[in-house]
Design a protein around this ligand. Structure first.
Ligand code: DC
Length: 227
């Protein structure tokens, strides 16, 4: 049986995470949050005191990336993420760990070290894969490829709400500056830069709510999966 794959790529704060989870529930597919893998690796390398010397300590970093002890568990309220047996679900969502992840994501050898782990998520009946390079590098064979974007300002506003909802402190200007810096790094890096696949369906969610985006997505995905 072929595994059907839906990819959702785009910048941070575009609503990808929420929509990927909604699509996975709708089609009863597995879910890959590839950003979480980069965040987990960033946190692990920070704990091992290697984040400042990624290039000099590359083989140690690759070994840690290859052997990451992580577990994703679905719960009533979302997904619980475990690293080395510790619940890091909240920690990995902080801006600080987002910065670690962005550093790690710019190193080609570390991206390669996470490749097999990402591809292993492709299991029957299907997968929704959320990230930056899902369509362009990891799953080029995907039946449905979505690129979800939104203006930096609307993404910053959403991120502030999301962080405040988690009880975390958030200032709009800091978040906007972070988003712009991260976009630049993600789009300009040499390996697997953030960009739409040539055959991607592009959605700009700046002026759309979640339900409107979800409708556009399911209409497109239904067509693609029927082909
Ligand atoms: O989507 P996110 O904010 O959780 O991603 C965290 C960082 O990881 C972000 O800087 C981009 C990077 N990333 C990546 O380079 N490739 C992916 N497939 C997913 C995330």
């Amino acid at each position: 049986m072929t595994v059907q794959i839906i990819t959702i790529d785009g910048p941070s704060g575009s609503g990808k995470g929420t929509l990927a989870a909604k699509l996975a529930a709708h089609y009863q597919f597995h879910l890959l949050d590839s950003g979480a893998l980069y965040r987990l690796l960033g946190l692990s390398l920070h704990k091992a005191d290697l984040l400042e010397s990624l290039s000099n300590e590359l083989s140690k970093c690759i070994e840690i990336a290859t052997n990451l002890d992580i577990k994703f568990q679905s719960t009533a309220t979302g997904t619980q993420v475990m690293l080395d047996g510790e619940d890091v679900s909240q920690t990995i969502r902080t801006e600080r760990v987002g910065e670690y992840a962005s550093k790690v994501a710019a190193i080609p050898e570390l991206r390669t070290a996470l490749l097999a782990r990402q591809r292993a998520f492709a299991q029957a009946p299907g997968l929704v894969a959320d990230g930056r390079d899902m369509a362009t590098s990891i799953f080029p064979e995907a039946q449905a490829k979505i690129y979800l974007t939104a203006s930096a300002e609307s993404r910053a506003q959403r991120r502030v709400k999301q962080l405040q909802g988690m009880g975390l402190d958030a200032k709009i200007n800091d978040i906007l500056a972070n988003i712009e810096a991260r976009d630049k790094r993600d789009m300009e890096r040499e390996v697997a830069p953030l960009k739409p696949a040539v055959d991607a369906y592009i959605i700009d969610s700046s002026d759309l709510n979640i339900d409107e985006v979800f409708q556009l997505m399911t209409r497109y995905v239904d067509q693609q999966l029927a082909n």
